[in-house]
Design a protein. Structure first.
Length: 311
């Protein structure tokens, strides 16, 4: 029984295979419509979500399975003091696979240690978000045709942005990736990621506070929201929240084949006048999330279109 807690739980070959399956699902939707018949996904979301929870649920429904769960800690017995471990043990009684989001780093890992079914980390605090990374990789591969030899800029809250941490970790395993880290000084990438992931893998990188200066070099721009919920000081959040606002005008200096990604939700960091620019890929990216989660659910349940089975 296998879980996905960190993107490194999957080899590069396994990631590539999941992306291949996601591409096949996009091309042949009907083929997958009954693969998870009789299976149930539990979505245990202790923290708010729109895309991750809904795309997991849509993924399971499109595979012919069913979904149960909760969308807030307040509507579960966590509000009465039940532990993550006990909540997980209960979900195992009722479901075949669990997707868990939690504000505390490591909570899905704890769940995976007591679970008798696969656990997927759907985002844990400021730590990791591996299924967002699969989403991002699928989007980049479909748009660029490759996962190597490009320059990617990460802009915004690189300190608390778990999607950034996971995607940098994933890209470090591909050839010819150059990383541009764009953030205010207060929201720089944590030094352990810079050292353990970027420097130790010999990845070329630069760090700057100036988005406009580096924009012309980028093949991929990964914008992020300043993560209000991780700040201790409201005053500090207000001071930093509008550090970067991408506008249509600023894109005049960018490459014609740039792709702009954002895990969403956005607040102010991408002006709505960018949305109809052909380089804006963030809504398509959210759609990719459903297909790659379908591929992941099948993989973790050991199910394939030609190997239908019911519990
Ligand atoms: N990208 C992402 O994790 O979005 P949600 O918080 O809406 O799930």
């Amino acid at each position: 029984m296998r879980s996905l807690i960190n993107i490194l739980d999957l080899s590069v070959e396994e990631v590539d295979k999941l992306l291949d399956v996601a591409d096949d699902i996009i091309a042949n939707r009907e083929k997958y419509s009954e693969v998870c018949h009789g299976k149930k996904l539990a979505t245990l979301f202790f923290e708010p979500s729109t895309r991750t929870r809904l795309s997991f649920e849509a993924a399971m429904y499109e595979l012919g399975g069913n979904v149960l769960g909760f969308s807030a800690a307040a509507s579960s017995s966590a509000s009465k003091g039940e532990s993550v471990a006990d909540t997980t043990r209960m979900a195992c009684c009722y479901a075949d696979i669990i997707a868990m989001r939690h504000p505390k780093e490591g909570a899905p890992f704890v769940a995976s240690k007591v679970s008798s079914v696969p656990v997927v980390n759907a985002g844990d605090g400021g730590h990791n978000h591996p299924t967002q990374t699969l989403t991002d990789l699928l989007t980049i591969r479909r748009k660029k045709g490759r996962l190597n030899n490009f320059t990617i800029g990460f802009c915004g809250d690189l300190k608390f942005g778990r999607t950034v941490h996971s995607l940098i970790t994933a890209l470090a395993r591909y050839e010819g990736i150059k990383i541009v880290l764009i953030s205010p000084d207060e929201l720089k990438l944590p030094s352990y990621i810079k050292k353990d992931v970027i420097k130790n893998n010999g990845i070329e990188y630069v760090q700057t506070t100036d988005l406009e200066a580096v924009l012309p070099e980028l093949d991929v721009l990964y914008m992020t929201r300043v993560q209000q919920e991780r700040f201790f000081s409201e005053e500090e959040y207000i001071r930093l929240r509008d550090s970067y606002i991408l506008t249509r005008k600023k894109l005049d200096k960018a490459k014609e084949d740039l792709i702009i990604l954002h895990p969403l939700p956005r607040v102010n960091e991408i002006s709505t006048d960018v949305d109809d620019d052909p380089r804006a890929c963030y809504f398509e990216q959210a759609l990719c999330g459903k297909f790659v989660r379908m591929a992941l659910i099948m993989e973790l349940l050991g199910l394939h279109p030609e190997e239908k089975e019911s519990k």
